[in-house]
Design a protein around this ligand. Structure first.
Ligand code: NAD
Length: 296
């Protein structure tokens, strides 16, 4: 299939590469030259704007870092909405249900179908094709792209209403964000009491406290002190904020969500939005007066 791909960052880069390796023809666009260069080297064609991408293909995918940028790329000046060939816009970004529904409504006026397709599983999952791929939109349109999306991982069709897959993704990321915040406090407590954090993580992973924080982020990016898991603090903060907003708008209790949000707001303030989200443990370390690292 001919596919447009906009936003070739931590997630977009490996996902676009997998599409090329699966035999699809890609037209790519990113505001950064260094992001498009590796894909062009693999045979992708370079476009000059989102509208240019949408002039050349019927199916355009995007993996973008903020709601404002998703809106601009989809329905703003020079956005895919101005393209001549585009029929469907598959948004792989996490935007929340409200923005997604807004974009879907504006695109619909030009007979362009929005397919929500947020993903979970991190950069590793994007590289290996093991993401959880959550899709919502009109069934007939999903059927047209389902096999292509399977290149990214396991496809879950969530529903037809715009934004349903986004709600699913927010629920998932709230749990992931909570596991990071809670595991940081639990391990810092152990370290301050004299426990070895590596032993703690082994025990937690063999016990009932196991989460994606303990079996992925801690061993890979926190205990070795590399803080390079590949997901920015600003993006996690965006997701938890969206989750709290969505729970509030649905009148669902959100006291745990609000406390977790507070932890990410503080991490963002102290370490910056560009920091890797594993920096949350440093926020806890500062207050506890300990370092959570492998004992040498
Ligand atoms: P990123 O910041 O690494 O990549 C975003 C890319 O978009 C960058 O290459 C940037 O140059 C490009 N970009 C910015 N403005 C643009 C514009 N106007 N036009 C075209 N390109 C533009 O972000 P990421 O980590 O790859 O995340 C992308 C999306 O996927 C986000 O919505 C995020 O929440 C979601 N996500 C990320 C992860 C992860 O582990 N990193 C996992 C699941 C979902």
């Amino acid at each position: 299939m001919d596919i447009g791909f906009i936003g070739l960052g931590n997630m977009g880069q490996p996902m676009a590469r997998r599409l090329i390796e699966a035999g699809h023809k890609l037209i790519v666009y990113d505001t950064r030259n260094d992001a498009v260069a590796p894909l062009v080297a693999l045979g992708a064609q370079l476009a000059s704007s989102p509208a240019d991408v949408a002039d050349r293909v019927e199916t355009v995918m995007a993996s973008l870092p903020s709601l404002q940028i998703s809106e601009k790329v989809a329905i703003g000046e020079g956005g895919v909405i101005q393209g001549k060939r585009i029929q469907r816009f598959v948004d792989l970004s996490t935007t929340g249900a409200t923005v997604s529904a807004k974009i879907a409504a504006v695109l619909a006026k030009k007979n362009i179908v929005q397919i929500d397709c947020p993903v979970s599983g991190g950069v590793g999952g994007a590289s290996n094709g093991t993401l959880a791929v959550m899709v919502s939109g009109p069934k007939a349109e999903i059927d047209l792209v389902k096999d292509v999306l399977a290149v990214f991982g396991k496809v879950f069709v969530i529903g037809e209403k715009p934004g349903m897959a986004q709600t699913m993704k927010l629920a998932n990321n709230f749990l992931s964000a909570t596991a990071m915040a809670a595991t940081s406090e639990a391990v810092a407590m152990g370290v301050k009491a004299g426990l070895d954090p590596a032993v703690m993580i082994d025990v937690i992973n063999a016990g009932s406290g196991r989460t994606t924080a303990s079996d992925g982020k801690f061993p890979q990016a926190i205990l070795p002190r590399t803080f390079n898991y590949g997901f920015a603090t600003a993006l996690m903060l965006k997701d938890v904020r969206l989750c709290v907003q969505e729970a509030r708008s649905l009148n669902v209790p959100n006291s745990v969500m609000s406390i977790v949000l507070d932890q990410w707001e503080t991490t963002n303030k102290e370490f910056g939005g560009e920091s890797d989200f594993t920096a949350i443990v440093k926020m806890v370390e500062t207050r506890a007066g300990v370092i959570v690292g492998k004992k040498s």
